[in-house]
Ligand binder design. Structure first.
Ligand code: NDP
Length: 291
């Protein structure tokens, strides 16, 4: 169900035989046109979980840089409210309800996105995710499946479903929102950490498999960011102080400090970056011991 539609964006098709030569030429042209490299003008993007938090910042960042964006989330009321706000701000965002942990809903989402953008998608940001902060012995079998389906299976299958659209774009970019919990041990729960580590690996494999289709895949691993996901956790002042003490930059991050990097990874300014993971954590993970 499409809730609000924005201006559709499409580009004329280019014969496959000309695409490789064109991509080399346009990479050179980009170097000579810095303004064009730092823009997303004419691009189309799907951002999952855009109603709040990091996803919302990504939607707004991409739109501000010229992209037309489609987003989704589960809570219909919150999504409608957000879409109305964006419409009032004249931002090119459309969206619909989709639980990305469910395959039929993912398939429907991609049909809606294909319709909306006329069969071409340049950017997929796999952002939607949840955390259950329990230790391994506390997790139920159902919780295991829930976290896996929401954080990992969703992203994997959305990539497969989006592949033809991203390939049609001629310069597709996929970004996975991983976490430093996928790089080091954190108390966010082992299943959460497993899903985030798997996204990092998935970005590497798809980078190798899909480079021939002109699709790049990277992951961004945020540290602690101020969103509804961490709100309750940081109501514990001692814990928050502890996190800040361990972080060289001495504060919690903001969603916009993640969305700026994601936007860069979608631009033609990053066309030689693929399969990478960039940690955005105020230095928390490089802090060995500084008394
Ligand atoms: P929020 O809870 O603030 O936002 C999550 C967004 O995802 C919401 O829009 C939510 O909407 C949506 N969402 C959740 N589950 C689903 C689902 N099954 N289907 C579709 N949409 C869904 O979290 P953050 O912004 O903090 O997190 C975004 C991503 O960043 C997550 O992948 C998280 O793991 C990652 N991350 C966050 C960090 C942090 O400190 N905040 C640190 C490291 C990584 P709705 O609930 O309506 O579905």
């Amino acid at each position: 169900m499409s809730l609000v539609s924005a201006v559709p964006t499409n580009q004329a098709g280019v014969p496959a035989s000309k695409k490789v030569a064109m991509s080399v030429t346009s990479a050179r042209e980009n170097v000579r046109d810095p303004a064009g490299r730092w823009s997303l003008r004419g691009k189309t993007a799907l951002v999952t979980g855009g109603s709040r938090g990091i996803g919302r910042a990504v939607v707004e960042e991409l739109v501000a840089l010229g992209a037309a964006v489609y987003t989704c989330s589960c809570d219909e009321e919150e999504l409608i409210e957000r879409l109305k706000q964006w419409q009032a701000m004249d931002l090119r965002v459309a969206g619909s309800v989709c639980d990305v942990s469910v395959q039929e809903q993912r398939e429907r989402l991609l049909r809606e996105v294909a319709d909306h953008f006329g069969g071409k998608l340049d950017i997929l940001v796999n952002n939607a995710g949840i955390a259950i902060r329990k230790s391994a012995l506390e997790h139920s079998v159902e919780e295991y499946s829930f976290v896996m389906a929401t954080n990992l299976e969703s992203a994997y299958h959305l990539c497969l479903l989006a592949h033809p659209l991203l390939k049609a774009s001629g310069s597709g970019s996929i970004v996975f929102v991983s976490s430093i919990a996928g790089v080091v041990g954190l108390f966010s729960g082992p299943i959460y950490g497993m899903t985030k580590a798997s996204l990092i690996q998935l970005a590497k494999n798809l980078a190798c498999e899909w480079a021939k289709d002109n699709i790049r895949t990277n992951s961004v691993a945020p540290g602690y960011i101020s969103t509804s996901l961490t709100e309750q956790m940081f109501s514990d002042k001692e814990l928050k102080d502890n996190v800040m003490r361990r972080t060289p930059i001495r504060r919690i991050g903001e969603p916009e400090e993640i969305s700026s990097l994601i936007a860069f990874l979608c631009m033609s300014g990053s066309t030689y970056i693929t399969g990478q993971t960039i940690l955005v954590d105020g230095g928390m993970t490089i802090n060995g011991f500084y008394p």
